[in-house]
Write a protein of this length. Structure first.
Length: 474
């Protein structure tokens, strides 16, 4: 497959800097005070990372930020196309701004992200939402200064949705949502073409960032005080296959973990067909790599997996899990994704998923009823099982996993974990929340000065979804 990935040049970035200055000039003439921007993000962590870059560019153009859409002079919806529910939420929330836009015609309403990269969605926005000023796709985020300048100065709407294999743009400023944990994309796009998934069509082909660029950003994060850093990719296990010389994800992970500093590395998402024993060995041997493996299996039935084009079998998946449990040991925690009601799936095939869930022993699952995506092969498959029946199946799956999760949590009483304190808890006014190496959440009483630090916490009481604990005095 011929892939044409564009690496944004220094000259192109300099051109965007010129547009930044033009936007600043327009805003200074139009508003007496610094205008507010509201960036609304849907979907995965990659979308969150994209929104942080959007905010970085907006900050350089003179915007401040608000979560109140009704007070913003710029509202940007960064959208997700993975499931129909996410799309419906976007349409509803954009539609709710119609009156606000009519009363404040100087407000810019923009849409970007995966939804916009689909032609039928872009057409719907163009025809049914005439008050939307700017629409841009996943491959031109780095051109936001140029596109925003056009939206601010032209009377006509701006639609910029090129159909590309993808781009890599380094040096984009970032405004991070958290002072304690950070997302770090190491690659973009996907080559897997699972039959239910629209991601390869809207995110482009797999393209890896250079090791040196990743190491530089990682070092900057650690030096800035970030202690929990999550490496992102649609399929991190494919990292480096397109580099010359090639570098495996396990090799990258080992290099980052060898850096000086007090930090913990997480990563997502892994694909079972590319998950290697080498990666699991690195997880086991590197203290700074979290002992948490998110490895989506989607279905426990081989016929369904083949229809999904997942490129592995139930047996292969379970062999990886078995190796991980033996190699990493009891510190390992496993989470996964499951799709219920894939077109043509029978009750008997769904029961194979239930049996895999029992054998897996995951700490938690992310479960979804199959969502039809326009343009994917699965959208054309026969789907005789009713939505009501699928809803019963997923409730059965959820009930089973809740039993397993409760059993898993019950075994943690009395254990002491090194937890990263990431924010306030929900069990009470003075509670903080910490994440263990294995991705368990422990809440304990403590002062906010502990946020952003590692603490040793002993579990005193396993609850339904979290653990309750006490901090160990040093």
């Amino acid at each position: 497959m011929s892939v044409n990935v564009h690496k944004v040049t220094e000259e192109e970035l300099e051109e965007q800097k010129k547009y930044e200055k033009r936007v600043i000039s327009v805003l200074e003439k139009r508003y007496e005070e610094k205008p507010l921007a509201c960036v609304v993000t849907y979907g995965c962590q990659q979308n969150v990372a994209d929104s942080e870059k959007i905010k970085g560019m907006l900050k350089d153009m003179g915007y401040a930020f608000t979560e109140d859409r009704q007070s913003a002079k710029l509202v940007i919806f960064n959208t997700c196309a993975v499931r129909e529910h996410a799309e419906d939420r976007v349409f509803g929330n954009v539609g709710a701004l119609k009156k606000y836009k009519l009363a404040n015609p100087d407000v810019i309403i923009a849409l970007c992200g995966c939804m916009m990269q689909q032609k039928h969605i872009a057409k719907k926005i163009e025809e049914s939402f005439p008050f939307v000023d700017l629409v841009f796709g996943t491959h031109v985020v780095h051109r936001l200064p140029e596109l925003l300048y056009k939206a601010l100065t032209r009377r006509k709407r701006v639609f910029e949705l090129p159909d590309l294999d993808g781009v890599i743009a380094e040096g984009i400023p970032v405004v991070r949502d958290s002072d304690s944990k950070a997302w770090l994309p190491i690659m973009y796009g996907c080559n897997n073409f699972c039959t239910y998934c629209v991601v390869p069509y809207v995110r482009g082909r797999e393209r890896s960032r250079e090791v040196s660029d990743i190491e530089r950003e990682f070092r900057e994060l650690v030096d800035s005080g970030y202690r929990e850093i999550t490496l992102l990719g649609q399929n991190v296990n494919s990292y480096g296959k397109d580099l010359n010389p090639s570098v495996s994800f396990a090799q990258l992970l080992k290099r980052l973990a060898s850096m000086d500093g007090d930090f913990r590395i997480r990563f997502m998402t892994s694909h079972p067909k590319d998950c290697t024993k080498e990666l699991i060995d690195v997880m086991a041997s590197c203290d700074k790599v979290a002992k948490h493996l998110h490895l989506p299996f989607q279905s426990g039935n081989n016929r369904v997996l083949k229809a999904m084009n997942r490129s592995y079998t139930r047996e292969h998946y379970l062999s990886l899990i078995d190796y991980a449990k033996k190699t990493v040991g009891e510190a390992l925690s496993i989470t996964s994704d499951v799709i219920v009601g894939f077109p043509g799936e029978t009750r008997e095939e769904f029961e194979d998923t239930l049996s895999l869930v029992r054998e897996l022993g995951a700490i938690s699952l992310f479960t979804f009823i199959y969502s039809k995506r326009v343009g994917t092969p699965a959208a054309e498959m026969d789907d005789p099982v009713s939505y009501d029946e699928k809803s019963k199946w997923i409730q059965e799956l959820i009930a089973l996993q809740e039993e397993i999760s409760a059993q898993q949590l019950s075994t943690q009483k009395g254990k002491t974990f090194k937890g990263y304190v990431f924010g306030k808890g929900k069990l009470g006014k003075n509670y903080l929340a910490a994440r263990t190496d294995g991705n368990l959440i422990i809440e304990f009483e403590g002062g906010e000065r502990l946020i952003g630090t590692f603490q040793n916490i002993t579990v005193t009481e396993p609850l339904t979804y979290v653990l309750k604990g006490e901090i160990q005095k040093q």
